[in-house]
Design a protein around this ligand. Structure first.
Ligand code: CO
Length: 137
């Protein structure tokens, strides 16, 4: 059902301030910036082996990422597992009694379809299911 870790999402206050650390100091390949208006975030993707690091910067004060930073400070926000078929994974998880934030997949960065599992079902670790658009990754 889950194939591998696709990415780890990290909430940051300022991409301009932190991107050079990942890209230049750590030397991770930079895959580009994208704004996801429905989530009110700006996203920078960096590569590490087969996985990625997703830096999430809020674009407004009512962004879920802004609220997360207010509560927890910046830091690890979620772990995203890659799945082949997101609808069937959601159905299976629900059958197993897991609570979903998204029962219907929504659009993520870079053409992916994503759904979040409720942190109550995953011991406080926000968990994302992520289905790549065919051929993109
Ligand atoms: Co993500």
């Amino acid at each position: 059902m889950l194939q591998k870790i696709n990415h780890i999402g990290i909430a940051v206050q300022s991409l301009d301030a932190i991107l050079p650390f990942y890209r230049d100091t750590l030397g991770m390949p930079f895959h580009g910036l994208e704004e996801v208006p429905e989530q009110k975030v700006r996203v920078a993707m960096l590569g590490i082996g087969e996985a990625k690091i997703e830096l999430l910067e809020p674009t407004s004060d009512d962004s879920p990422i802004a609220k997360f930073i207010e509560k927890n400070g910046s830091g690890i926000h979620h772990i995203a597992y890659q799945v082949e078929d997101i609808e069937s994974t959601i159905a299976t998880l629900k059958q197993q009694g897991a609570r979903m934030i998204d029962e219907i997949p929504r659009n993520g960065a870079h053409g992916t379809r994503i759904a979040f599992v409720h942190p109550k079902s995953s011991n406080g670790v926000l968990t994302e299911l992520c289905q790549c658009s065919s051929g993109a990754h």
